[in-house]
Every structure is written in C-alpha cells, then in structure tokens.
Design a protein around this ligand. Structure first.
Ligand code: CUA
Length: 303
C-alpha cells in the first residue's frame, strides 16, 4: 500500500508547492507592476469578470474531485482486507502491545509476520484509546476499549520496522513502542513452531468454554438452553426483537459481556454476564474457539 499512499501524498505536496509558488510569485509581480506611480494616482474600478470567476471555480473543483476520487480509492483498498488473511489479535494496554497468534504464540511489543502474506490485525484495548501505527506499512488505526477494529497489510520486504502508539494514552505513552519483524515464510514457520507450547488460541478457548461451564447451555446437539454455536460465526442471527445481526467478533464479545442486550430468537435471557470475569485475552480465545467451529473466516496460520 505504501506506493499508492506515497503517490497520492506526493501529488498533494506537488500541488501545494505549485500553487504556493504561483500565488507568492503573482503577489510580488502584481505589487511591482501595479504599484502607485504618483501620489495622486487612483486605480480603475472593475466590476465582475465572468470568465475569470468561472475559471477559478471550475479548475479547483476539478482538482479537488481528482483528490477525492483518488483518495477514496486508496482508502477503500486500505480498509478492505482480502478474503484470505493471516489473523493476529492485538490488545493494547497502558503501556504495552500484546500480540496473540492463532497458534498460541504471544508476544509483547514485538510482532513477527511472514513476508508477502496479507496480515489482518484484529485489535482492542483493555483500558483507554491507543492507536497502532506502523509508518513503513502506512497503516494506522485507533485501538478502542469495548470494540474490535481491523487493519491489514502485506509486507513486501524482510526487516524490522518501528511500531508506535499514536494516541496519547497516559504517562508512558511515548514508551508504548515496539517492532514488527518481517520474516521469510520458511523462517516464520520455524519461528512459529518454536513457540511456547501453550496450544492454539482456539484450544485455549475450548478449555475456557469448559471451565466457565458455557458448554452446559451451549451444547452442540442444539438441546441446550442457549443457542448452539457451531457454524455461528459470520452467519446472520435472528434476534428476539425481530432484528437481525451478523455474528462477528463484536457481537460475540457483546453476547459474552452483556448477554441480555441482543437475545437470539427462541431463547430466554438467562445467561449471566461475564463482565469482569474474563479478560480481553480470554475473550479473544473464546471468540477464536467459536470461529474455529465454523467454516467462515477460519483461516489457520499453517495454511
Ligand atoms: Cu497507547 Cu499512546
């Protein structure tokens, strides 16, 4: 994306430089050309100039439309990740970045990614608003408490790149920095397999699903008091209120923390809230477990 962002940026810069020089030059030129030559000289009164006014309206309009269409184009490309992405969860907290790979590896203030692969970061915050910024990749997005935001990038050159927090988040905001390491795919595989042995994110979620006794109601045989969660992720859910909602990360998160807010049609609002009982990290594990139970967006990093 860097090339496209830079092209637009340098176009804007060139445009600004061109008009700055043009306007400053004309000011000086006119100041000399139309200067007062004798103490009693008076300028001619000029009323209107249709052609002139049309010109200085239409030309800027065309230029700004070019900027708008071009900018929108780049924006949409940046905000729409490809179908197949390597998903990595990010949790920001005062004052560190926690990265969670689907295979179970966790990292703090360091992120390892493979070269040439589209990577999607699914991000949330444990406390205040942070902002992930990797200047070399031209990606930057707010990381918000209580919400999931996404960015994606595809690294084209191996190396180590700066990672910053770009939203003032308290005393040690300036220390909330890290590094993104882009590795050759084979090195990345080796790095992944040298992991902590904690098991995948989904398997940690599965264990939590048992430990928290979610499984007693959300049974796979659909005989439970809660909806079965197999194949749920990415589907449209019919709610009791008559509305529908797509079961994405945000909906799953809300259903765990405030189960009463959007009840699936045909079920009673009997689920207790898990607010304060599960951490952001554990929420991601549960969500990843539910994702792993469905075909959609179930892209494993070993593929
Ligand atoms: Cu986190 Cu600034």
């Amino acid at each position: 994306m860097a090339g496209r962002v830079d092209a637009l940026y340098f176009f804007l810069l060139a445009l600004s430089v061109f008009f700055s020089i043009l306007i400053a030059g004309l000011i000086v030129y006119f100041a000399i050309k139309y200067r007062r030559r004798s103490p009693d000289s008076v300028g001619t009164n000029i009323h209107g100039g249709l052609l002139l006014e049309l010109t200085w309206t239409v030309i800027p309009l065309l230029i700004t439309m070019v900027i708008f269409v071009w900018g929108a184009n780049v924006f949409f490309a940046m905000s729409a990740p490809p179908e197949e992405t390597l998903n990595i969860y990010v949790v920001g907290k005062q004052w560190m970045w926690k990265f969670q790979h689907l295979d179970g590896q966790r990292e703090i203030n360091e992120l390892h990614v493979p070269l040439g692969r589209a990577v999607k970061l699914i991000m949330t915050s444990e406390d205040v608003i942070h902002d992930v910024f990797v200047p070399a990749f031209r990606v930057k997005a707010d990381v918000l408490p209580g919400r999931y935001t996404n960015i994606w990038f595809q690294a084209t050159k191996p190396g180590r790149y700066h990672l910053f927090c770009a939203e003032y988040c308290g005393t040690r905001h300036s220390g909330m920095i890290g590094e993104v390491t882009v590795m050759e795919p084979s090195e990345y595989q080796a790095w992944l397999s040298g992991g902590t042995g904690e098991g995948s994110l989904a398997s940690a979620g599965e264990k939590l699903f048992q430990d928290l006794a979610c499984v007693t109601c959300h049974r796979s045989d659909a005989q439970g008091r809660g909806p079965a969660l197999q194949g749920l992720f990415g589907k449209t859910v019919q709610l009791q209120s008559g509305e529908t909602i797509v079961a994405d990360e945000a909906y799953l998160r809300e259903s765990i923390l405030q189960p009463g807010s959007r009840i699936t049609a045909g079920f009673q609002p009997i689920m207790p809230s898990f607010q304060g009982l599960v951490t952001e990290d554990q929420l991601l594990q549960l969500i990843e477990y539910i994702k792993s139970q469905s075909a959609v967006d179930n892209v494993r990093s070993e593929k």
